[in-house]
Design a protein around this ligand. Structure first.
Ligand SMILES: CC(C)(COP(=O)(O)OP(=O)(O)OC[C@H]1O[C@@H](n2cnc3c(N)ncnc32)[C@H](O)[C@@H]1OP(=O)(O)O)[C@@H](O)C(=O)NCCC(=O)NCCS
Length: 151
């Protein structure tokens, strides 16, 4: 067993975050995109999950008044299916609850069945399909969940 800790993402985490980003996504964000989220987006919160101080996952979400959006969440493939993504998401839920957010939304690629399973397990419902949402023409599934105590 290992201890997973969650803390704010800081600039020195960026190389490790980019490594995970490149391993996890077909169209990964560039380093500048994450720096912009970190330094120039008042609505964004970025958290990392660590094991023995090594970054193994991260999440980026926006809180705007009574709603929130999960923009990106990823766990290093060596650590998949060990509840690290769930732990990150629980932190998001806790923060949203504290900030009186009512709904959390997200888009996920139609082909990303494990991502859809992951969100479904955490109470998100498939709300609608956004056609041609991604640059390769793929549809997005728009998912939504109400915020309640204990996720
Ligand atoms: C989606 C992701 C963040 C999940 O992280 P994780 O730490 O592996 O997930 P968890 O161990 O917390 O899994 C929680 C639940 O999600 C679902 N899930 C996770 N991985 C799955 C997989 N490979 N196949 C099917 N369901 C899966 C399961 O319901 C799982 O519960 P269970 O293990 O009790 O069956 C991770 O797979 C990832 O980084 N994927 C690539 C990036 C991505 O697709 N992000 C989401 C879209 S932005």
């Amino acid at each position: 067993m290992f201890l997973v800790e969650i803390r704010d993402l800081v600039e020195t985490d960026l190389d490790k975050v980019m490594e995970i980003e490149n391993l996890c996504f077909v169209a990964p964000w560039k380093k500048e995109d994450i720096i912009r989220e970190l330094t120039n987006n008042q609505f964004a919160t970025l958290l990392v999950a660590t094991i023995n101080n090594e970054v193994v996952g991260y999440v980026d979400y926006w809180v705007t008044f009574d709603s929130a959006t999960i923009c990106q969440i990823a766990v290093h493939p060596n650590y998949h299916r060990q509840a690290i993504g769930s732990k990150l998401l629980q932190e998001v839920f806790k923060d949203c609850y504290a900030k009186k957010v009512l709904t959390i939304t997200l888009e996920v690629r139609e082909s990303n069945s494990k991502g859809i399973n992951f969100y479904t397990k955490h109470g998100f419902n498939q709300f609608l399909v956004k056609p041609n949402y991604y640059s390769n023409g793929e549809n997005a599934i728009y998912m939504m969940k109400g915020v309640e105590l204990n996720g």
